[in-house]
Design a protein around this ligand. Sequence first.
Ligand SMILES: [Zn+2]
Length: 460
Amino acid sequence: MGVEIDFLGASGTVTGSKYLVCGGGKKVLVDCGLFQGSREWREHNWEPFPIDLGEIDAVVITHAHIDHTGLLPRYFELGLRCPIFASSATVDLAGVLLPDSARLQEEEAEFRSEKGRSRHELPKPLYTEEQANGVLKLFRTVPVGQDKEIIPGVALRLERMGHILGACSVSLELGGKRLLFSGDIGRYTVPILKDPVPRELHDLLVIESTYGDRLHEDSDVLPKLEEIINETFTRSGAVVIPSFAVGRAQLLLYYLRELKEQKRIPDIPVIIDSPMAQSATEIYRKHPKDYDDEALGIASGGRSPFDLSKLYFTRNRNESKKLNSIDEPMIIISASGMLSGGRILHHLFHRVSSPQNCILFVGFQPPGGRGDWMLKGSKTMRLFHQEVDVRARVESISGLSAHGDRDELLKWCRSCEGTPERVMVTHGEPDSAKAFAGSLKKELNWNAKPATYRERLTLE
Ligand SMILES: [Zn+2]
């Protein structure tokens, strides 16, 4: 008996999470993420899978983010037909995220063909919405916190990790070995979701390290949000917040509800201008089992933690455009969070040149991107082929990350039972994975090392 693990993604980089586990005559794929970011990594999305996809017996998904699920539609096209197991909130979120990812792939292919920039003669999308809808039919819900034999000889248990709704760690027992995949590890003491649940550690731990070499700035979110909104209100301006649609937008709604209920900010309209954020908020409302005590308390009082006065969702592009002509205090939350596209660009175009307004960043801005330039004090920016002046106040609130920092990752490790025989550190840039493996050795005396792309680990 023995088990082999192939590290097919999130090894040497953050994205593309994918681990093939073979043992006891069974083949299980843990996560099936899309490579994002640099072109070099994205090219790997087009590579064939190392074995015939029809031979895989089961897929298990830790959470719905595209860097953990986004290659499923392509593998469906290439012959993947086995059941895909995940928590029920993950299944719901994947139902929104995968078709959206397909639409982006299709738009990108169209863009490449117009520009003649493709390396393919006829630019093809990586996958289509039809393939995304096809693979969604393979999803099966697994209850969280219970052992379950998903296929003969393979036992699975999911436990909540507080990263986004539905996010879980995955333990697998097969071929006489017990493995644990942390998935993405969330934060402690952040509202809405339960804290990461401790697990038992045995033969192997595969652990993420996104912020494995850093600590989050200890910023108090509520007072800063309060100050920015009130200050912008005195100038009769709008606060425009570029935000991730899943997780971040709901956290913002939660905080804005608190500020309004405590009468710390005026009762101005809050507009969610992102169909994806609206769908994700509906899914967050549907899954109180993931909530922490505080959010549960609010929900059991018959309210939703995400309902606040004067909250509006735009229903279509026209309603989104109409916002441009409204010149009164309000808060607009729109995607994409990194200003890579989407409706947020229109809001910036119409608001960024007026000193009345405030552009508030609540998430990571990639170096060299528009958000990074604005935060560094750039006086102009390019939007829709025009040079526009940046005169609005530009602010950023850190501390809203959905990933635990080094100390939070270590806290979760210490909370777990037992010492893992082996630890493979993944889902981090090389420096971060290396530093975190070092911390695990030094602080816990664990046998840890960073995984490399396409490495095979054999557990005898
Ligand atoms: Zn994630």
